[in-house]
Design a protein around this ligand. Structure first.
Ligand code: NOJ
Length: 537
């Protein structure tokens, strides 16, 4: 792989949810060899890098974010040799590989936790995690923290001690005040850097450091919610100042290699984010704002302007994300009224609110926005096919711990993790030779890669054209200037390219210029129809 400093600044990164991408051995689960057999798809799309959700040995209670061994590949996904072959093959094609690192917690199956459970209270093996006696007569949890998936954030062992887990009980939190924990992760990072991994996506990058007194806090209203308000608050476990020492330690390791990067999953107050992006900390942090932005020109405009200004001020690069493995897919979000709580809607409905056509059309228009913005763009597998959320999965197949932990009040994230349809027929639409671990709905057949490859009007063809045009027209990452084209229209200029997106309900005139790219499937006249974006040169 050629050296290319700062490749991540403008890269298009494709997120691979390994378990749902391609099944190479017929067990119904995606795997590394399945992915290797589908690299042509990524090459054709023209992406610069892939980010793989965790592929480490794991009971997969939380989709692999419960790691049993950070140096081993989950056997259902393959072997270390398969991983090394994948990295080499991606590099041959000029595609970089970003791995997911999960430092906040391990799986209960990790050797350290097994050792801690077998030991007595007070044993040094327990100090790698956060064990405490209970309150009162010991039968009350040490504090009132609520886990992200619901229920208390503490679980009691038979010997009476409690351990902390901000997520599922099967994901005990590590104690980052313990030097052995810190040096173990230094070593894990080197292990993967030595195998050629180009970058790390750091899970829960805002959570490792806890207040030393573990004080009570206000319960969070729902998983993934940020604390509201204008001011950052002194939260006992999110975004604490001590995090930055850890960031610097990792950055120093990465800097001792060529061209490596790390991107933070940091859900912190917007005023705190720049701290993560100081020159000796993260290279990038995900900007999740568009995930929470309704299909509305004013809202898009302010998110884009703020992010572009903030990035420019600190010399960072923006990142753009419309969907990932934790949220309702945007082709469905955009088919619902803007004020819908989509996490709840997938269970509670009303489901006839969904306008599938509008969702598809807007998702295509949104792709022409995110692929034309400064900085890098993350694509979640399947969005290039316009895959909608599978909100109607049968309840008995749900796998996300959220479903059980919320007492069946929040369905969880399985609907965006349904395997990719590669062909229009077959037991799992070409995903593998057998049924897939989550069933694909019939409506996926028409969206398969096979069908879309040969259709110039398909969403897949649009993504391909847009990435190629981006590489051609926006390669030098020109700055963005917002333009005024009236209410409901988002418009900006980047170098020689003008992007106009009509988010209103009526057609608007297309300004002067040649249409280089359009998200519409119909031929355009002088007017830009609703829910359509164009690039003009
Ligand atoms: C964020 C990941 O994206 C999510 O899938 C996971 O459940 C939590 N972190 C806990 O690791």
């Amino acid at each position: 792989m050629e050296t290319q400093p700062e490749w991540w600044r403008t890269g298009v990164v494709y997120q691979v949810y390994v378990r749902s991408f391609a099944d190479g051995n017929g067990d119904g689960q995606g795997d590394i060899n399945g992915l290797r057999s589908r690299l042509d798809h990524l090459d054709d799309l023209g992406v610069d890098a892939i980010w793989l959700n965790p592929w480490y040995e794991s009971p997969l209670t939380d989709g692999g974010y419960d790691v049993a061994d950070y140096r081993a590949i989950e056997p259902r996904y393959g072997t270390l040799a398969d991983a090394e072959a994948l990295i080499a093959e991606c590099h041959e094609r000029g595609i970089r590989v970003i791995a997911d690192l999960v430092p906040n917690h391990t799986s209960i199956e990790h050797a350290w936790f097994q050792e801690a459970m077998a030991a007595e209270p007070g044993d040094s093996s327990r100090d790698r995690y956060i064990f405490r006696p209970g309150r009162g007569d010991g039968s009350e949890p040490p504090n009132n923290w609520i886990a992200m998936f619901g229920g208390p954030a503490w679980t009691r062992l038979n010997d009476g001690e409690w351990y902390l887990h901000l997520f599922d009980p099967s994901q005990p939190d590590l104690n980052w005040d313990n030097e052995e924990v810190r040096s173990e992760f230094d070593d894990v990072i080197r292990f993967w850097m030595d195998r050629g991994i180009d970058g790390l996506r750091i899970d829960v990058a805002h959570g490792m450091v806890k207040h030393p007194d573990l004080p009570d806090t206000e319960p969070l209203p729902l998983p993934w919610s940020l604390q509201g308000g204008d001011e950052p608050i002194d939260h006992p476990f999110w975004g604490r100042a001590g995090i930055h020492d850890i960031n610097r330690r990792w950055r120093a390791i990465l800097d001792s290699y060529d061209d490596r990067m790390m991107v933070a999953e940091a859900w912190v107050h917007p005023t705190q984010l720049p701290l993560f992006l100081r020159p000796d900390e993260y290279h990038q942090s995900f900007n999740f704002d568009l995930i929470e932005t309704p299909w509305d020109a004013t809202a898009f405009r302010s998110v884009i302007s703020e992010a572009a200004t903030a990035a420019a001020e600190i010399g960072a690069s923006s990142t753009w994300v419309l969907s990932n493995h934790d949220v309702v897919r945007h082709a469905t979000r955009y088919g619902l009224p803007g004020n819908t709580d989509t996490r709840r809607w997938i269970l509670d409905g009303p489901h006839d609110l969904l306008d599938h056509e509008a969702g598809q059309r807007r998702a295509r228009a949104a792709a022409l926005i995110t692929l034309s913005l400064p900085g890098s763009t993350y694509i979640y597998q399947g969005e290039e096919l316009g895959l909608p959320e599978v909100w109607d999965l049968p309840l008995d197949v749900l796998d996300d711990p959220t479903w059980e932990k919320s007492d069946h009040t929040v369905k969880g994230r399985d609907g965006c993790r349904v395997p990719i349809p590669w062909t229009a027929t077959g037991p799992s639409l070409g995903f593998g030779d057998t049924n897939a671990w989550l069933p694909q709905p019939d409506r996926f057949a028409a969206l398969s890669v096979q069908e879309q490859r040969i259709d110039p009007d398909s969403t897949l063809s649009l993504y391909r054209r847009a990435i190629a045009a981006r590489n051609h027209l926006l390669a030098d990452d020109p700055p963005l200037t917002m333009l005024e084209f009236g209410p409901g229209v988002l418009a900006y200029e980047r170098g020689d390219v003008t992007v106009v997106s009509n988010m209103s309900a009526r057609p608007v005139p297309i300004p002067a210029g040649t249409v280089a790219l359009s998200s519409a499937t119909e031929t355009l006249g002088d007017e830009l129809p609703p829910d359509t974006s164009v690039w003009l040169t």
